[in-house]
Ligand binder design. Sequence first.
Ligand code: GLN
Length: 533
Amino acid sequence: MTTRFVVVLGSLLSGLGKGIVTSSLLKIFDLYDYKVLPVKFDGYLNYDCGTMNPYRHGEVFVLDDKSEVDMDFGTYERFLNRELTGKSSITGGKLFSEIIKREREGAYLGEDVQVIPHLTNLITDGLKKLGKDEGLDFLIIEVGGTAGDLENGYFLEAMRELSQKEKVIFIDVTLIPELKAVGEQKTKPTQIALRQLMQIGIKPDFLVCRGDNRLESTTKKKLALYANLPEDNIIDDSDSDCVYSLPESFMSQNMDRLLLKALGVSKRKMNGPKLKTWKTSVRALTSTKAKGVKIAIVGKYVKLKDAYVSVKEALQHSAAAVGLNPSIMWLEAEDIDSHVDELREADGIIVPGGFGKRGIEGMIKAIKFARENGKPYLGLCLGMQLMAVEFARNVCGLKDANSTEFDDATKNNVVDILPSQRKLNSKGGTMRLGTCEIQIIGRDTIVFASYKSPRIHERHRHRYEINPELRPVLEKAGLRVSAVSGDEQLVECIEWPGGFGIGSQFHPEFTSRPEKPAPLFTSFTRACAKNAG
Ligand code: GLN
C-alpha cells in the first residue's frame, strides 16, 4: 500500500494537546498492525531543540540516535512503545539550512529560489520519501503552532499541495470554551478559526474538540454544520485524568473506523493481544485502589511542569506497575529552606537533570537531607553529579568540592568536563548524546537488582562526568560505583553505602513507557512505598 497521510493541526491556539492526539492516532494504527510513523514540524529556526531553554519550551527530549527533539517525541514513544529517529523531526532551521545548502551546490541554477515551490517541494518530497523508504502505511504529521502563524504558513501550504496529489486527511484540534456564568459551550471561536483554515485551502475532515466537559449534542450539531462535516466526525476530547485513555476514547467514538474509511482503507481486525496489553497498562494507571506515595522533585524549572514531563511520566508508569499512586511535590531548589516540611513529608526525593548554577546549592541540601534521614533518593544526570558533590563535601570532608560547571576554580573538582568536550567550541548537538552501552558492576547493587542484566543501554545528554582522578577518594569513603560506560572510562551509576540512594549519569526517564516502566524508577518507587510504611 502506498503511504497515506494524516495531518494534525490547530487552527485556534496552541497548547491544546495536539501531541497527545497525534500519539493516540499512532497507537490506534499500531494496534491495527499498520506500519506508522509520526513527523513533527516545528517552525522555529533553531536546527533542533538542543539549544532551547526548557523553562520556556519544555523538556528537551533525546532519541537513541542522539537527536535532541521536541518533548512531543516523548509522548509519541510512550504511546507507541517504540524507538523513533531524528528523521521524524522537521524544523524550520533544518529546512532552511537544507535549501541554502542545495542552492550553493547549484541544485537550482538559473532559478530564483522561492518558498513556493522550492521549499514546499522539499517538504512534500521528503515526506513521500520517508513513507517509501520506511514502507509506511501511514505517516501522521503534527504541525506545531497554529494555522495563521507566520512560522508554519509554508508548511501548511505544503500540506495543501500534498493533498492535491496524495491521500491526505486533515484533523483540526480546537477548543470549545464554556462560560461558567452562561453554562453554554461556545463554538464561535472554532467557526472563525475554520474560516481562516479554509482561506488557506485546508478543509478539515475531523474536528477534535478539547474542553472542560463532554461535547453536548447541540454543540456537535452546530460544529458539524459550520465545518461541513457529518456529526460523527466531530470528536470529543474533553479533559480526562489520564492522557493514555485517549486512544480508547477515540475508538469508543468510532473514530478509528471513520478515519480508516476516509483514508480509503478496508476494515481489518485489531491485534487482540496488543490491545489487551495496552488496556492493562492504562487500567493500572487509572486504578483508584493504588496506595499513595509522596515524591519530592527538587529542580530549577519546577514552575513549568513540562520541563520534567518524562520524569513525571516515568514515576507514574513505574508506580502504577507496582500498585502505587505517586503524588508529586514540585520544590523550587532556590527556595529549599522554605520547603523543609515537604522534604520531611516526602517518601522519596528526586533531583532531575539540569544545566547552570541557579538552584544548585538547594539541590545539594535536599540530597544531604535524603542521605541523613534515610529517604530514598534518585539522582538523574545532574542529580547524580550533585550526589557525588554532596558526598565529597559532607562525607569525605572536601568542603569546596564542586562541579567545574558551577565553580571552575575548585580544587576538589569531583565533577569535571568530559575530555572529549574540552576542545569543542560549538554548542549545538555536541554533548555526549543518545544511547550508549553501560556495564553494571557487581550483583549486590540497586542497579543490578533493577535491570537484572550486566549490560544495558540508556540515553544520555551531558558534558560533565565524575572526575576519574577523584573517583578513588569517593569510593574509599564508601560511595559505590555500580555502573560504568561500555569502554569503562566513565562512571554511569553511583550508590550510597547504606539505604536507597542511586544516581545515574543516563536518563532512564526517556525510555519509560506505560507498557515498559523504567527499572530504576520501579526500584525507587518500591523503596518509597516501604519508606511510607
Ligand atoms: N549540566 C550537567 C552536564 O552537562 C548535567 C546535564 C543533565 O542533567 N542533563 O553534565
